[in-house]
Design a protein around this ligand. Structure first.
Ligand SMILES: *Cc1c(COP(=O)(O)O)cnc(C)c1O
Length: 267
C-alpha cells in the first residue's frame, strides 16, 4: 500500500534486500479495496514479474492509526487466494486494533499467511518485534536474519521484557486510546486546527495546520520549544501519539501547549 511503513520507512529494503518490485495501491483510511488488489495482481505474461504477496498494515500509521477490520482482511484474502498470492500483515500495532474493537487478535490473523508485530512501540518494550507464520516460513526467516547479521546471543535478556509486555501491557492500551481521544477532542476546539474525528480510532491521530497559514515543520518547531514532541506526516499534517509514558495530566499539558502555539500563528 502507498501509505505503508514498508514502502516509506525501510530505506527501500523491499527492493534492496528482498529483491522485489513493489507496486503500491492507494488505501482508503489505510484499507485496501479488494477490487484494487485484484486489478493489481499481474496476469500470466512473459513480460511481467509474478505477483506473490500482498502486504497490509494494521493499524495503519500514516492514515492515523486506523483499524483494518477482520472482514476487510478476509475480503483481501478471498481475492488473493484465488490467484495463489499470499497475504502478509504488517501489524506492528495489532493489539491496539484488538483492544479498540474488543476482539481477539486471532480474528485478524486468521485471514493472513504471516505477520509481524512490535513489542516496543505501544507495548513499551526497549526493543523487539516478532514474526509469526508456519514453521517453514520461520525457519527461512531465521536464516535470513542470520545472513543480515541480525542473530543475537543471550537474547533472553531482551526477550524477558517481551513476556511482560504480552502479559501485562496489552490491557493498558485502552488508556492510550482514551488519552488520544481526549487530546483529539480538546484539539477540535482550537481555532485553525482540523482533526478528523472519525479517524481517531486508536492511539495515533493526525491533524492539519493548513488553515493557520503555516507548515507542519514550523508548527512543530513551536511545540518542540515548549517541550512537546510530535512528528510531521506531510507538509501540513502532524501526528500525535499516546503511549505508556503519557498520562492524563500530560494530555492536559499538551493541549495547553497546542493552544498556545496555535494562537501564535493565528495572529
Ligand atoms: C516500527 C514498525 C515496523 C518495524 O518494526 P521493527 O521492529 O523495526 O522491525 C514495521 N511496521 C510498522 C507499521 C511499524 O510501525
Amino acid at each position: 500500500m502507498t501509505e505503508s511503513h514498508m514502502f516509506w520507512y525501510e530505506v527501500g529494503g523491499l527492493s534492496a534486500v528482498a529483491g522485489v518490485l513493489p507496486w503500491t495501491i492507494n488505501g482508503h483510511s489505510g484499507a485496501l479495496d479488494p477490487a484494487d488488489v485484484e486489478a493489481t495482481i499481474r496476469p500470466n505474461n512473459i513480460h511481467f514479474p509474478d505477483t506473490t504477496l500482498v502486504c497490509i498494515e494494521n493499524t495503519n500509521n500514516r492514515a492515523g492509526g486506523t483499524i483494518i477490520m477482520p472482514e476487510q482482511i478476509k475480503a483481501i484474502n478471498d481475492v488473493t487466494r484465488a490467484h495463489n498470492v499470499k497475504v502478509y500483515m504488517d501489524e506492528a500495532r495489532i493489539f491496539n486494533a484488538s483492544i479498540a474493537l474488543r476482539c481477539d487478535v486471532k480474528e485478524f490473523s486468521r485471514h493472513v499467511d504471516n505477520l509481524m508485530f512490535c513489542l516496543s512501540k505501544e507495548l513499551s518494550c526497549p526493543v523487539g518485534s516478532l514474526i509469526v507464520g508456519e514453521q517453514g516460513f520461520i525457519d527461512r526467516a531465521r536464516k535470513v536474519r542470520k545472513m543480515l547479521r541480525g542473530g543475537m546471543r543471550r537474547a533472553g535478556v531482551i526477550a524477558a521484557p517481551g513476556i511482560i509486555a504480552l502479559e501485562k501491557m496489552i490491557d493498558c492500551l485502552a488508556e492510550d486510546h482514551a488519552n488520544a481521544r481526549l487530546l483529539a477532542e480538546g484539539l477540535t476546539g482550537v481555532d485553525g486546527i482540523e482533526v478528523h474525528m472519525n479517524a481517531v480510532q486508536t492511539n495515533i491521530f493526525l491533524f492539519s495546520v493548513e488553515n493557520l497559514s503555516t507548515t507542519a515543520e514550523r508548527f512543530i518547531d513551536g511545540l518542540n520549544r515548549k517541550g512537546l514532541l510530535v512528528s510531521s506526516m506531510e507538509k501540513y499534517t502532524i501526528r500525535l501519539v499516546t503511549h505508556g509514558g503519557v498520562e492524563k495530566e500530560d494530555v492536559r499539558k499538551a493541549l495547553s501547549i497546542l493552544h498556545e502555539v496555535a494562537q501564535g500563528f493565528n495572529r
